[in-house]
Design a protein around this ligand. Structure first.
Ligand SMILES: NC(=O)c1ccc[n+]([C@@H]2O[C@H](COP(=O)([O-])OP(=O)(O)OC[C@H]3O[C@@H](n4cnc5c(N)ncnc54)[C@H](OP(=O)(O)O)[C@@H]3O)[C@@H](O)[C@H]2O)c1
Length: 121
């Protein structure tokens, strides 16, 4: 619920901004289309819930011109991702920032990888 509450708290700021974009940090572990693997049950469920929230919030905020997307950051070498992960924090952030520059209202409600590729729900 924290991302939703944060979005609600800041929505007027977003509406007043030029970019009008809300991007949630999800994970492909919350995708129902991904091959099911065991473990991380609460984590998977929380990210699936966040993805569902993205769709509803996108519908609500579309008339105000606000784009809402949910992201998979890649498998990133952070404390959580560990040293064996695929990409560095810089690669993740560079990819996400490039995506933020191009994503538009046509893509609202979507689920995207850090490099802008669409991810199946
Ligand atoms: N790394 C990956 O491969 C990967 C893959 C998919 C999705 N993600 C998602 O990407 C996001 C960032 O993950 P990460 O890899 O950067 O994780 P991380 O290295 O474990 O860092 C998590 C950050 O969240 C902060 N945090 C945790 N609980 C908090 C709370 N209750 N209130 C405020 N701050 C809190 C931590 O603060 P402190 O440092 O103060 O503890 C830390 O800065 C997460 O949503 C994660 O699910 C990551």
């Amino acid at each position: 619920m924290a991302p939703l509450l944060l979005a609600e708290a800041l929505v007027e700021n977003v509406a007043a901004s030029s970019r009008k974009l809300i991007a949630f940090q999800s994970s492909r572990m919350g995708s129902n289309a991904e091959a099911a693997s065991p473990g991380y049950y609460a984590y998977r469920a929380s990210k699936a819930a966040l993805n569902k929230i993205t769709g509803s919030l996108a519908t609500e905020l579309r008339p105000r011109g606000i784009t809402v997307v949910t992201l998979h950051p890649g498998w990133v070498r952070t404390d959580m991702g560990g040293a064996n992960a695929d990409i560095s924090v810089d690669e993740c952030v560079d990819g996400q920032q490039a995506f933020f520059c191009t994503v538009s209202l046509k893509q609202t409600g979507g689920f995207y990888s850090y490099d802008g590729r669409a991810i199946a729900w």
